[in-house]
Design a protein around this ligand. Sequence first.
Ligand code: F6R
Length: 611
Amino acid sequence: MCGIVGFTGLKPAAPVLLQGLERLEYRGYDSAGIAVFKNHKISVKKSEGRLKTLCDLIDNGNGMDSTAGIGHTRWATHGKPSDVNAHPHKSQNGKFAVVHNGIIENYAALKNMLIEHGYTFVSETDTEVVAHLLQFNDDGDMLSTISKTIRQLEGSYALGILNAELPGDVYAVRCASPLLVGVADEGNMIASDIPAILPLTRKILYLNDNEIVRLTAKKVEIFDLDLNPLFREITTITWDISAAEKGGYEHFMIKEIMEQPKALSDTIAPRIKDGDIQLDGVSFDKETLQKFKRIHIVACGSAYHVGVVGKYVIEELTRIPVIAEIASEFRYNNPIVDEQTLVIIISQSGETADTLAALKEARKRGATTLSIVNVVGSSIANASEHVLYTWAGPEISVATTKAYSTQLAMIYLIGLKFAKELGTIDSAAFSEMLDAIKALPEKAQTALQTAPEIETLAQRYAYLEHAYFIGRNLDYAVALEASLKLKEVSYIHSEAYAAGELKHGTISLIEDGTFVVALSCCKQLQMKTMSNIVEVKSRGAEVLLIACENEPFIENHLKDVDHAITVPSTHPLFMPSIEVIPMQLLGYYIAKARNCDIDKPKNLAKSVTVE
Ligand code: F6R
């Protein structure tokens, strides 16, 4: 939700902090701030607006010669974006400064208690409570003060903390919010995500919940809540720093759209060996799979849309009933899951609060849990019984593209593997489908060639107020994602409907010039979708058709639509991977034509660590 960094080392901290924050801006970008040591005090500089505003305010940190500090880029939860609500926050006596990612759920009770003890609050944030609480609990020993303080906190938090009396020390702690430590000869660093650490080092320490870390220029020490020292293995990050940079593209979103063939190949290829699928040691035999009476796929946003595809694909392949559910609904629905249920959790970040809570709920009720996650070592990965990583690499654009695609690929692999184990597919069909999965990266590459055509179309549709995406079956699942992609980056109101559902109400909204995108890649339903296209056309809609190339039925009906984009075909169950590509491009190019802030849409953040 927010991004935090901290550095202590042998060189000025401010440039390291600002560079780190720049790489975390995808997590929140409505205000930013840093705190460094100055003359036995802590100096805080912060400002509403993008990080650039802060950089201009402090001349990019030039002249701030402290070699230790903390920084923050914010996505407001408690208190509107403003200078005063921006982090870091100081304790009343100025001794402690705190940056925070997450949410302190019991902040109101703590705030009342502190007010009764004479503390005054200047901001509306939950974070200021932590700063004052550190002062309240201060016993002269920093580790014990932190331990006492976090035992009083409920909620999720990653905290970076400075103590004015310990210049050069940076303290941090995490609980259900991401936080990593980077270790280098020039100094040590904390950050919410790997890209912020990569300019300094590839050597990373992962932290677990309720661990306190003390960084000095030369040393990193980790403690549990009882202050026992803990040993942690260093992990070396293998991906290239360029993966977290734009590499000549105008935006991360288009770079990540274009990276999809590679991301698909990285996710699929290592899992196909000797004509079979190997799921990284996650293996369910026939008996175990037969025990599952139901599969729930639980996720949020685009990851939920992958779940909707998963419902069609896994049900079709295994004949086990599949329910796709939004995590924020699932967790409070008294869900009917037990030992006979498999719950598949999907999350790019591995930190989404509702998805994490849904996972914990499912485990509590005895379900077997399998998570599809992109970020290694994330909270969801740590809390799951079985984990399958999508190897999409870092996804920086707030709107997901390549992570969505790799999640789809994992769903296909899981569905096909389960079908083979259960014997619901014969070996010829298995091999045919496996070949189709292997060929997806190449087909995705061909689908990307629609980009120039879509860029031209985007000019025409850039100034619309509304758009409707329709389709049936898997086309409907893709329509959900297509609609979200368009609205979140371009701010055009858009909705997705199962095409057969239109005449049950929504068709009354169709009038002259209404933009309707009709997805029709499901061959067995082409005729039905075409009838719905004719219905909206006859009410004045302007229709863009997305269909498979070389389909005689489609070619005969091109006269019935205003524009058509065709994509290469693959096995019908895997078409979502191909037809989504022009839809991602449409969202991107329309947003570009409207001059939107594509990688950082308003009000959004990449990782939603609050409910
Ligand atoms: C939309 C988008 C979001 C995420 C959702 C879940 O483009 O990115 O809808 O899919 O917030 O996030 P993760 O996958 O990190 O759990």
